[in-house]
Design a protein around this ligand. Structure first.
Ligand code: GDP
Length: 408
């Protein structure tokens, strides 16, 4: 129960989204309240948090414990808000002034029971957060990179995707020479095909002479995309060059779909597709998360599934898991399979939080990161995928250590 004895609540107030961690506080009757309670639980919370709400008891007045906690919080370097609780009515507001003596800023008197002054408290609290409206990203259009070596059928696929039935909105001049992004809409969803100029104008002589620069351009397209289509020629299977491109997509943390093109040119019997899947999975092991599509850009077979899959994969890569749920799954995973131990010391994962999306990135607070094994990280990834999906996107894990001297 290491992770479950803290309580997390994901909150939203006036567009601000934040997580409140309840540390359980200090038991004043315990022999060594600071060491036994604060150090175990509050430390992690303090390390993780952006703001500390320091709760004191307005009825009890300033105590010696308050003073020691205030000293400790001051040392943390984090912003501290001094919250005087149990100020149950306006008449008691005068009692908060003595808390100025803690030297930790202006006390805010509130009543948790009567919800007195909560608006003021939240307003003060949210001043510590970035403006939520300023953070708004352009989530409108999904940017797609069509990646693959020459002649696998990239331009044929692009032509299919940009078929007449779709409304072409515009060609947007890109950042590099003759890179052109194409924006279009399907089923109410906007897409941008990145750098299709090279592909679409391919037959021009000028482009041919630029072919050797195309690798740079292809990599730049992958850098910019939300979802990469890794196009492979079915008649050739996965070649070394394909693996390299796929490796780059994975390294960049991009959501990906493996598109096996020219499926029309393959002789098939009942087991062919399954065998092909097994072979591709074996050869692109690191991309096990990517769905595989078998298409023919030439005949249009299953090309209608491409954008559908792009959309799904993008949604998965953009998922945000609440802190509470994440830590429940983490606790279950650790209960089902103990973390690894080396020379009698066992890895402890105290707490995890999702730091980012695209790709989903998780920060895990641990006692000692050298105790983490690759295989255990793979196990956790599997459990996360089982619980949350994340089809089509790589996951990232970042380990943060608590300082060694704080271990017990
Ligand atoms: P790119 O270099 O990756 O853009 O490839 P292209 O789209 O120019 O296609 C290269 C060659 O493969 C052309 O001769 C296409 O007609 C052919 N091709 C593309 N897609 C398919 C397909 O689905 N099936 C078959 N049989 N040929 C295809």
């Amino acid at each position: 129960g290491v992770t479950r004895d803290r309580v997390y609540v994901d909150c939203e107030w006036q567009n601000y989204k934040f997580t409140v961690i309840d540390t359980g506080g200090i038991d004043p009757t315990s022999d060594d309240p600071l060491l036994s309670q604060m150090r175990r639980q509050a430390e992690i919370a303090i390390e993780t948090c952006d703001v500390i709400l320091f709760f004191v008891d307005g009825k009890a007045g300033v105590t010696a414990d308050d003073q020691s906690v205030a000293d400790m919080l001051r040392k943390s370097g984090k912003p501290v808000m001094l919250v005087v609780n149990k100020v149950d009515n306006i008449r008691m507001m005068n009692d908060v002034y003595e808390f100025y003596n803690l030297g930790i800023g202006d006390p805010i008197g509130i009543s948790s029971v009567n919800l007195l002054n909560f608006g003021d408290l939240l307003e003060e609290l949210c001043k510590h957060f970035p403006d939520p409206d300023a953070e708004e990203e352009d989530v409108g259009a999904i940017q797609i990179a069509v990646a693959g070596k020459p002649n696998v059928g990239k331009s044929s696929l692009v032509n299919r995707l940009l078929g007449e039935e779709r409304v072409m909105v515009s060609d947007i001049a890109g950042t590099t020479r003759d890179a052109i992004d194409t924006r279009f809409t399907e089923d109410g969803q906007d897409y941008i095909l990145i750098d299709t100029a090279g592909i679409r104008r391919k037959r021009s002589i000028e482009y041919q002479s630029l072919e050797r620069f195309s690798i740079v351009r292809a990599l730049a397209a992958i850098d910019r995309c939300d979802v990469a289509l890794m196009v492979i020629d079915a008649t050739q299977g996965v070649t070394e060059q394909d693996s390299k491109i796929a490796g780059y997509i994975d390294e960049q943390g991009k959501a990906a779909i493996i598109v096996i093109n020219k499926w029309d040119a393959i002789e098939k019997n009942t087991g062919t597709m399954n065998e092909y899947v097994a072979k591709v999975r074996e050869e692109l092991k690191f991309m096990a998360y990517a769905p595989i599509l078998f298409i023919s850009a030439l005949t249009g077979q299953r090309t209608n599934q491409v954008l559908e899959t792009v959309r799904k994969v993008y949604e998965q890569a953009s998922r945000r898991i609440t802190t509470g749920l994440l830590n429940d799954i983490l606790a279950d995973a650790q209960a089902a399979l103990q973390p690894p131990a080396t020379s009698g010391r066992r890895l402890k994962i105290y707490y995890a939080t999702q730091q980012e999306t695209n790709p989903p990135t998780f920060v895990m607070f641990v006692n000692d990161q050298t105790l983490m094994h690759f295989s255990y990280e793979r196990y956790l990834e599997k459990q996360f995928r089982k619980a949350f999906g994340f089809d089509g996107t790589p996951l990232r894990f970042i380990l943060r250590e608590r300082q060694k001297k704080e271990e017990t």
